[in-house]
Design a protein around this ligand. Structure first.
Ligand code: NAP
Ligand code: ZN
Length: 335
């Protein structure tokens, strides 16, 4: 189809409205995907609000996409019409740089995002470079798997990179879309897992998802008791936190890994980093190779997002619920 119908933001923070765009000719390396499901990531909300200063309007958000291939470009050999695939945050890379040639396309300086300066998955269809459309194993249901395409890989990748294993003590901060998948992956990797949450009501579900321990971060004493406990703390929170309390909660050589995007710069004292060789890091999504690996792990270990379903036309309702931290734990739009 050359004219694709979606739901677009026309100004910063505006409600999404129906919008049709001309997708032009399908490029030789591209596939077109008829979308069955697209989940709502908090990054879509950041983009709609132009929190990062990179949004251009109108644009159709959405980058946790599952659907079926309906057209393949003349150079595409890896996918065929009718195949079920998923697309995440990234839709293209140069394919030539040192990062792409090592299978780390998510670090490519020319990486393109599925819904930045182009139209994403809150729509009937989307086009991407075929290398970024990942086959979905039959064992995985589309609606429970769409959230893995961005949120899932973003938490899976750092757990793999940091070698999380049965000796690891892992903290996951913020039990939202990303956090609830991080609990499951950290548990499957064998770690002792602690959920940090501002929502006491999430405790039972956090434990069912894989947490051995639950810390209510609204209780000031709770953090003081955890000094020197964790090898790895991953924060998925899109807000400013008391970062020093998490640095102090790390064991020597431990890492505080940011995947959530807080609004302000971090204020950190150097001494706990120096004396305990502790580090702070950040990480973006994951490569197509890691996405395939994660899908296989999810299929074999029964990992899936806990979701709330909405018809695509109810996108604004879903976005409001995400904004107010009311979704348990990922909103998924269905066509
Ligand atoms: P989400 O579903 O809204 O979850 C965020 C969670 O953070 C909430 O459920 C809440 O958990 C906690 N939280 C929210 N406001 C808070 C506050 N004021 N103080 C403390 N905790 C708060 O969002 P998401 O989709 O998981 O995305 C989270 C962040 O990750 C966003 O900034 C997003 O842009 C970013 N992200 C980054 C990447 C990457 O590549 N690095 C990829 C995807 C997303 P509790 O109720 O448990 O406290
Ligand atoms: Zn995302």
């Amino acid at each position: 189809m050359t004219h694709i119908l979606g739901l677009a933001a026309h100004a910063a923070g505006a409600e999404l409205l129906p919008f049709r765009y001309d997708a032009g000719l399908l490029l030789a390396q591209e596939v077109e995907i008829r979308i069955s499901h697209c989940a709502v990531c908090h990054s879509d909300l950041h983009l709609i609000a132009n929190d990062w200063g990179i949004s251009e309007y109108p644009f159709i958000p959405g980058h946790e996409i599952i659907g079926k291939v309906t057209a393949v470009g003349s150079d595409v050999r890896s996918l065929s019409i009718g195949q079920r695939v998923g697309v995440g945050w990234q839709s293209n890379s140069c394919g030539l740089c040192e990062w792409c040639t090592q299978g780390m396309e998510n670090l490519c300086p020319s990486a393109e995002a599925t819904c930045v300066r182009r139209h994403g998955g809150f729509a009937e269809a989307v086009r991407v470079n075929a290398r970024f459309a990942i086959p979905i194993p039959d064992a995985l249901s589309s609606e429970h798997t769409a959230p893995l395409l961005c949120g899932g890989i973003t938490v899976y990748n750092p757990l793999r990179q940091h070698g999380i294993n049965p000796t690891s003590r892992v903290g996951i901060v913020g039990i939202g879309g990303l956090g609830h998948m991080a609990l499951q992956f950290a548990r499957v990797f064998g770690a002792e897992v602690t959920a940090f949450s501002t929502s006491a009501a999430k405790e039972e579900e956090a434990r069912a998802l894989g947490a051995h321990h639950f810390v209510n971060t609204r209780e000031p004493r709770a953090m003081r008791e955890l000094v020197g406990t964790f090898d790895f703390i991953m924060t998925t929170v899109n807000a400013d936190l008391d970062w020093m309390s998490f640095i102090h909660a790390l064991r020597p050589t431990g890492t505080l890994c940011l995947v959530g995007v807080p609004p302000s710069p971090l204020a950190i004292h150097a001494f706990p980093l120096i004396s305990g060789v502790r580090s702070i890091s950040g990480t973006p999504i994951g490569s197509p190779h890691r996405l395939r690996e994660m899908m296989d792990v999810a299929a074999r270990h029964g990992i899936k997002a806990q979701i709330e379903s909405f018809p695509m036309s109810h996108v604004n309702e879903a976005i409001d619920k995400v904004r107010n931290n009311k979704v348990r734990y990922r909103a998924v739009l269905a066509n």
